[in-house]
Design a binder for this molecule. Structure first.
Ligand SMILES: Nc1ncnc2c1ncn2[C@@H]1O[C@H](COP(=O)(O)OP(=O)(O)OP(=O)(O)O)[C@@H](O)[C@H]1O
Ligand code: SF4
Ligand SMILES: [Mg+2]
Length: 329
């Protein structure tokens, strides 16, 4: 791994205007703060895992980074250039360098295209038009993702979920990207297939020097593949650490609760007296002051409800936003 960030995200915000009667206290239309000031970086060749419950803003963070969305605020430095405010023309070269693999390969693959067309479509879009070369590239890519030449003329419905995800990966790889946003790429797959796809992603990463942002909603899936992990709660990062450090010394009560919820017991985490998450996630529209986790945190104090905890480094590369770990305690 190279000690140079390929991606540097600073103060990223993505707000949606809320529909369905979301009116703020002063009569303004409500804002849904899906991502509310997220900062992290990913080194070249690294896998950064992003976890948190459904609706906490993981996909919105990923989609903002690869500029599937316009960004409300903040910077997204990719190889030194800020993508956040670029227009479509300026983004064009980066569209090839950054690819996305989605959770549900069935809805992201056009059912009317066969595998050759699906895999070579991005090549056409990004300017490689030689037909023979395309075919060779397709066969080579199929081989890389563990499919066979005979699959090249079949259609998405003729494959299993795992095979479809392999097609999506081949399609993403076709333009030789440097960065891949993997948005829950294994969540919809059978448990037996999940490990195969993860192992394949790791092999491809080693072969092509790829950098991954790997999104998952539970921590059990990301430990193996991630070098570092960020934990999100209601649009903010609450903890970030190297993967093993996060599992062995989770510092934020939310991370501890997520780990406690993993079915395979982790003896180190079992000692932590954190009950499983009880109350539901508050609405992302509610304007909570202080720590956003306070309504569900067994350690919450009055201070937590008033004052937002600061992002503090508590060990090498281990950051947390929680009053239990700041200097005043
Ligand atoms: N296009 C959109 N328009 C309006 N609100 C949106 C849009 N996309 C997401 N949201 C809202 O933003 C918040 C974050 O959603 P997001 O999809 O990023 O969460 P997530 O962490 O990826 O969840 P999941 O694990 O379910 O995929 C949610 O409250 C969601 O309803
Ligand atoms: S700041 Fe307070 S409420 Fe928030 S996680 Fe820490 S202890 Fe819990
Ligand atoms: Mg999502």
């Amino acid at each position: 791994m190279d000690a140079q960030p390929l991606l540097k995200v600073q103060g990223l915000k993505k707000y949606f205007s809320a529909s369905g009667g979301g009116t703020g206290a002063h009569g303004k239309k409500g804002l849904l703060k899906a991502v509310d000031g997220v900062s992290f970086h990913i080194f070249k060749g690294e896998t950064f895992g992003l976890v948190g419950e459904s609706g906490c803003g993981k996909s919105t963070t990923g989609r903002s980074i690869v500029r599937l969305y316009d960004v409300t605020e903040g910077s997204i430095r990719f190889d030194g250039q800020d993508l956040a405010k670029m227009n479509e023309r300026e983004l064009k070269p980066y569209r090839k360098r950054m690819q996305t693999i989605f959770q549900d390969p069935y809805s992201s693959l056009n059912p009317g295209m066969n595998v050759t067309q699906l895999i070579s479509e991005p090549l056409g879009i990004h300017g490689f038009k030689n037909k023979k070369e395309n075919r060779e590239t397709v066969l080579e890519l199929l081989n890389k993702v563990g499919l066979k030449a005979e699959h090249a003329d079949r259609y998405p419905h003729e494959f299993s979920g795992g095979q479809r995800q392999r097609i999506s990966i081949a399609r993403a790889l076709s333009v030789k990207p440097e960065f891949i946003l993997c948005d829950e790429p294994i969540s919809a797959l059978d448990v037996s297939v999940q490990a195969q796809v993860v192992n394949m992603l790791e092999d491809l990463q080693a072969e092509y020097g790829l950098t991954y942002l790997f999104i998952a909603h539970d921590l059990s899936m990301v430990r193996h593949i991630s070098d570092r992990i960020g934990v999100m709660y209601l649009g903010k990062l609450v903890e970030m650490a190297p993967s093993d450090e996060l599992y062995e010394h989770p510092a934020h009560p939310y991370t501890q609760a997520l780990l406690a919820a993993i079915p395979v017991p982790n003896p180190k985490v079992r000692n932590v007296s954190v009950p499983a998450l009880q109350a539901d996630l508050p609405s992302p529209l509610s304007n909570l002051s202080g720590c956003k986790f306070a309504s569900r945190c067994p350690f919450a104090t009055e201070r937590c409800r008033q004052e937002e905890p600061e992002w503090t480094e508590i060990g090498p590369g281990h950051f947390v936003a929680c009053h239990l770990h700041d200097e005043k305690n």
